[in-house]
Design a protein around this ligand. Structure first.
Ligand code: IVH
Length: 712
C-alpha cells in the first residue's frame, strides 16, 4: 500500500479514510466468514486492520465510530439451525514483530503485577488456517458441533462434523470425563486434499477453489452431510468452552487431556518460557512450507489457567493469548511473458508466465494479472498500486501467497529492470478471433477495467456461451436442442452449429450430407425428425425472441421485449441498430430511454453491429426466419402512437403504473422531453421537464386532465 503517514493526515482525511476502512473491513469480513469467498489476502486484510488501528490511536476522538469492525466473523447463515455458545467463541489479537511479542508479555506481567523473579510460562502452537469449531460432549457423547458464527451464535453442523474421522463420537469411559465438556479447535483441510479436489474440479471443467481454508468451510457448510463426507476434513483440539469440572489446571494439561481422549493435538505444541517464544516461532516458520496444512502464525497462551482467568478478556479477545503472525510467503522471479486468455464472456484476462519458483511450498509459474490497469499499476478505482509501478516483460518481481494459494504480484524490483524492457501494450484485438477488443462503460459512464472482445458471434470462445442462452426456454426454446446438444453440435465437424443461423440451416445441411445425424449415437430416425420439426416450428418467431436470439451482450429477455414493443417491426429495429452502430446520437438516445435501458445496452448494440462478422450472421438469420411484428397496442385510444412523458409525482398512480398505463394505451412513454414529445403529464413537484415542455410549446396535462383524456 502506498498510503500517507498517519501523522500527516488531517482529521478530515482521517475521518474519511477510517470510514472507508470500516466499511471495507466489514465487507471483507463478510466475504471471508459469511461467503467463504475472500477477495484479498489475509496479509492485506491485516494491513487494513493495522492501518485502522493506527488511525484510531492517532485520532482517538474518531475511534468510537468504528466499533462494529471489532466483531468477529459474520452472522450465521440462515439455512442452518443456530446454537448459542455456552461461552462466547473469541478471536485473538495479533503480533507482527518480536517487539509486539515483548509488549504482549510486558502487558501481562504488569496486569498481574508480577515481580521480575516470578516465572511466566506460555504454550506455543501453530495457528491453523481453518475454521474454529465447538464440540459439545454430554456424559462422554458428542451431542453437537457448532461453527463460530458471530462468536455468540453459531451454526449447527452436528451432522457434518460426525463425518470427520478426527472427531470422536464418544470419549473413553475410564478417563473421568466431565459431564459437560466443550472441546474447541480447528477444522481444516490438508493441502493434499485441497489439490485432489481442485484436480477433480479442473478435470470436470469447473472453477477451482482458492485455498484449503475456504474449501474446508464450504465442505463443512453443506446442507447434505454426505457431501461433507466425500471431502476429507481434519481437526486439531486446542481450547475449550463450557466444562463442568476442569480436568487440568494448565493449558498444557488440557491439551494432554484432549490427546488422551483421542483428539488430535498439534505436534508442535510446546510449553515455553517467555524468553523462548520467538525461538519456537522461528522453528515452526522454517517448517511452515513443508507442513501438510496451512498455518498463518503461532499462538501464545499463558499456561496457568488461574492466571488466564485473572487476566480475562477485552471485548472480543483474551488478554492471555495472542497470535504471532507470519508474513505472507514471498519469492522473487522473472516475468517472462504475458498471455491473454479470452473467457467465455469475451473478457481478455492477462496471465503472467513467470520462471517457476517455489512460494511457501507451492510451485508457481502462472499468475493472474487481472486487467490492463493492474499491469499499468492502478487498481479498479484508479488508485496507484505497487507505488504506481507498471509491469514489464523481463521485470524481476516479488510474488506472494498469503492465506490464498492463488499467488499475487507483490512488487517490481526496478533496479533489476532490463534497459530494453518496454511498457506493456495491452492488445486491442482479440487474440482468438482478431475482432476489436474494447473497454465499455458502466451505467454511470465510468470506463470498465475489463477489455472485451467484440466478436460476440464469430469468436469461438464466446459463441458457445451465447448459443446456450439462445436455445434456452425463454429464447428459441427448441425441443431436443438444449445446452448438452448445442455443445455437441458446436464441436461437431460435419454438422457444426456455431451461431444462431446455423441452427436453422441444420436440417438442410444434414440432408445434403445424406442424413448422417440419424446414424449418430443418441439419435434415431424419429428423434432427428422431431428435432427438425421443432426447428421448423421456430422459423416463425416473435420479434422479441428474435432480438434475444441474436446474442447481443446486455440484451436479454426483458430488454428484448422492451425493444420489440418500442419498435414493433424488425425493419425498425434493424435500422435503429444500424444507426446506433454508426454512433448516431439520436438513435442512441431513442434506445436508452426505452424503460431507461441505459448506456450499457446502447454500447453493447453499437459494438455488436460494428462487427461485420456479427452483421453477416444476423443478416443470414433474419433471412432464414420470419419475424412477427410485435403486437400493436390498441389503436383506438386517444394517446395511441403519441410520445408522452410523465413527470413529478401523482396521487392515483405510481410513476411505474403511469408508464404501464400509457404503454397499454399505445403511447410511447419516454423518459425525457424532446421535440418529438406530444404530451407531458405533470404531477406534483414537476420541475425541469414541465418547464422544457412549456418552452417547446408541448401540450401539458395535470393528473386530472390525463384521466379525463383517457376516460379513466
Ligand atoms: S485459540 C480464546 N489456538 O484463530 C482463544 N486459535 O484469530 C481462542 N486458531 O478463532 C483461540 N489455531 O479459529 C487458538 N492454536 C490455535 C489456533 C486458533 C487457529 C484460530 C481460531 C480462532 C482464530 C483467532
Amino acid at each position: 500500500m502506498n498510503a500517507a503517514a498517519v501523522e500527516s493526515l488531517t482529521s478530515q482525511q482521517a475521518r474519511k479514510e477510517l470510514k472507508y476502512l470500516v466499511s471495507e473491513i466489514a465487507r471483507h469480513n463478510e466475504l471471508y466468514h459469511g461467503q467463504d469467498a475472500p477477495e484479498i489476502s489475509d496479509g492485506d486484510f491485516d494491513a487494513m486492520k493495522r492501518r485502522k488501528h493506527a488511525i484510531e490511536t492517532h485520532f482517538p476522538f474518531l475511534a468510537t465510530a468504528a466499533v462494529a469492525t471489532d466483531k468477529v466473523g459474520a452472522a450465521p447463515r440462515r439455512e442452518f439451525a443456530k446454537i448459542n455458545h455456552a461461552r462466547p467463541m473469541l478471536s485473538l489479537d495479533n503480533c507482527f514483530t518480536g517487539e509486539d511479542v515483548g509488549d504482549f508479555v510486558d502487558r501481562i506481567r504488569k496486569f498481574l503485577n508480577l515481580s521480575d523473579d516470578v516465572e511466566l510460562d506460555f504454550t506455543a502452537e501453530p495457528k491453523i488456517d481453518g475454521l474454529s469449531m465447538s464440540l459439545r460432549y454430554e456424559n462422554g457423547r458428542l451431542v453437537s458441533g457448532a461453527t463460530r458464527g458471530d462468536g455468540e451464535i453459531g451454526e449447527d453442523v452436528t451432522a457434518n462434523i460426525r463425518t470427520i474421522a478426527d472427531i470422536p463420537a464418544t470419549l473413553p469411559r475410564h478417563l473421568n470425563i466431565p459431564a459437560v465438556l466443550e472441546v474447541r479447535g480447528e477444522v481444516y483441510m490438508s493441502k493434499a486434499e485441497f489439490y485432489r479436489i481442485n484436480a477433480e474440479l479442473e478435470a470436470a471443467g469447473k472453477e477451482q477453489k482458492a485455498n484449503p481454508r475456504n474449501t474446508a468451510a464450504g465442505s463443512l457448510r453443506q446442507l447434505d452431510p454426505s457431501v461433507t463426507a466425500k471431502r476429507k476434513l481434519n481437526f486439531f483440539a486446542y481450547a475449550w468452552g463450557e466444562v463442568s469440572e476442569m480436568p487440568a489446571d494448565t493449558q498444557e494439561g488440557m491439551i494432554e487431556f484432549f490427546r488422551a481422549c483421542g483428539f488430535k493435538v498439534n505436534p508442535y505444541t510446546r510449553r515455553v518460557s517467555a524468553n523462548d517464544l520467538l525461538t519456537l516461532y522461528e522453528r515452526v516458520g522454517e517448517d511452515r512450507a513443508s507442513l501438510e496444512y496451512d498455518i498463518d502464525g503461532v499462538v501464545y497462551k499463558v499456561n496457568r489457567i488461574d492466571l488466564q482467568e485473572r487476566l480475562g478478556f477485552k471485548s472480543t479477545t483474551p488478554r492471555w493469548a495472542t497470535a504471532h503472525k507470519y508474513p505472507a510467503e514471498r519469492a522473487t522471479t522473472v516475468l517472462e511473458s504475458i498471455d491473454i486468455q479470452v473467457g467465455r464472456t469475451g473478457a481478455l484476462s492477462p496471465v503472467a508466465r513467470v520462471t517457476p519458483v517455489n512460494v511457501g511450498g507451492v510451485m508457481v509459474s502462472n499468475i493472474t494479472l487481472h486487467n490492463e490497469d493492474y499491469i499499468a499499476g492502478f487498481d479498479a478505482k484508479g488508485v496507484p498500486i505497487r507505488g504506481g509501478k507498471d509491469l514489464r516483460i523481463g521485470d524481476t518481481i516479488t510474488i506472494y501467497r498469503a492465506g490464498d494459494v492463488i499467488p499475487q504480484v507483490g512488487d517490481v524490483i526496478l533496479e533489476k529492470r532490463p534497459a530494453t524492457a518496454e511498457k506493456y501494450r495491452f492488445p486491442t484485438k482479440c487474440p482468438v478471433c482478431d475482432s476489436e477488443a474494447i473497454r465499455g462503460v458502466d451505467k454511470d459512464g465510468k470506463q470498465l477495467s475489463v477489455r472485451r472482445c467484440t466478436g460476440d458471434l464469430v469468436c469461438s470462445n464466446q459463441a458457445l456461451e451465447t448459443l446456450t442462452h439462445v436455445v434456452a426456454k425463454d429464447c428459441l426454446d427448441i425441443d431436443g436442442l438444449g445446452e448438452k446438444q448445442i455443445t455437441y453440435f458446436f464441436n461437431d465437424v460435419d454438422l457444426p452449429v456455431r451461431n444462431v443461423a446455423d441452427i436453422f440451416t441444420l436440417p438442410d445441411r444434414d440432408a445434403a450430407l445424406g442424413s448422417i445425424l440419424k446414424t449418430r449415437p443418441g439419435y434415431k430416425e424419429t428423434s432427428v425428425a422431431k428435432l427438425f420439426a421443432a426447428i421448423e416450428a421456430r422459423k416463425v418467431i416473435a420479434l422479441d425472441r428474435a432480438i434475444f436470439a441474436m446474442g447481443i451482450r446486455q440484451v436479454g429477455s426483458s430488454t428484448s421485449k422492451a425493444i420489440a414493443k418500442h419498435f414493433e417491426t424488425w425493419a425498425a429495429v434493424k435500422s435503429a441498430f444500424e444507426r446506433i452502430a454508426e454512433g448516431d446520437p439520436e438513435a442512441i438516445a431513442d434506445l436508452t430511454q426505452i424503460n431507461d435501458l441505459g448506456d450499457a445496452v446502447a454500447d453493447a448494440v453499437r459494438s455488436f453491429f460494428s462487427q461485420a462478422g456479427n452483421r453477416a450472421i444476423i443478416e443470414q438469420f433474419t433471412r432464414l426466419v420470419t419475424i412477427k411484428d410485435a403486437v400493436k397496442a390498441s389503436s383506438n385510444s386517444p394517446v395511441s402512437g403519441l410520445t408522452i412523458v410523465f413527470t413529478g409525482s401523482f396521487e392515483r398512480m405510481s410513476r411505474d403504473e403511469a408508464k404501464a398505463m400509457g404503454e397499454r394505451l399505445g403511447a410511447k412513454v419516454a423518459g425525457s422531453v424532446s421535440k418529438k414529445t406530444h404530451i407531458v403529464i405533470a404531477g406534483k413537484d414537476a420541475g425541469g421537464k414541465l418547464a422544457q415542455a412549456k418552452d417547446l410549446g408541448i401540450r401539458t396535462l395535470d393528473e386530472a386532465q390525463w384521466f379525463e383524456l383517457i376516460g379513466g
